[in-house]
Design a protein around this ligand. Structure first.
Ligand code: FE2
Length: 176
């Protein structure tokens, strides 16, 4: 398993700069869901939790006249593309294995097909499916899941717990 932890990822300058836009609460909650789904599916909980934590890091601010304009956002959104690049860059800077960084980047790129002219439903790998499902589990109408609050210190506490669960998992399942 990787030496780069979820807490390392969260504390990185790039994460701190961009993750607040889509909400720390949503990112941490989706990482928790992804961990459980990955364990159930027998795939890497480390890659699933990292991909989930970073899945919305490509969001830009979608306010117009001080209000969120959902229609404008839907029309112009490419957050999965921007997020895939940001996630890759920050993982490489943290010293993540390059194949792992690519897997995470692809899972971020393909966690939604809302920006694509075709459906990805039957095309996703098990890791990509886990991240898409974990995201849907925390979804609320009109993007309200991006507005639940969580302090950075609470995020670090919960991510540290998740890091411990991931390392326990690899101790018991060294082949995953
Ligand atoms: Fe999301």
């Amino acid at each position: 398993m990787s030496v780069v932890t979820l807490v390392d990822v969260f504390k990185h300058r790039i994460t701190q700069k961009y993750l607040r836009r889509s909400g720390i609460h949503h990112a941490v909650t989706v990482a928790q869901h992804a961990f459980k789904l990955a364990v159930a599916a027998g795939i890497s909980p480390d890659l699933a939790a990292k991909s989930a934590l970073l899945h919305d890091i490509g969001h830009y601010e979608w306010y117009k006249d001080g209000k969120w304009d959902y229609e404008e956002y839907r029309k112009h959104d490419i957050h999965a593309i921007k997020g895939a690049e940001r996630a890759h860059k920050l993982l490489i800077r943290l010293g993540e294995d390059r194949l792992a960084a690519k897997e995470v980047s692809l899972a971020v790129l393909l966690h939604t097909d809302s920006y694509l002219p075709f459906s990805l439903t039957t095309l996703r790998t098990p890791l990509q499916k886990v991240v898409e499902e974990a995201d849907r589990m925390d979804e609320q109408p009109h993007g309200l899941h991006h507005y639940n609050n969580m302090s950075p210190s609470e995020a670090v506490r919960l991510l540290h717990q998740l890091d411990m669960k991931i390392s326990d998992y690899y101790e018991n399942n060294p082949k995953v």
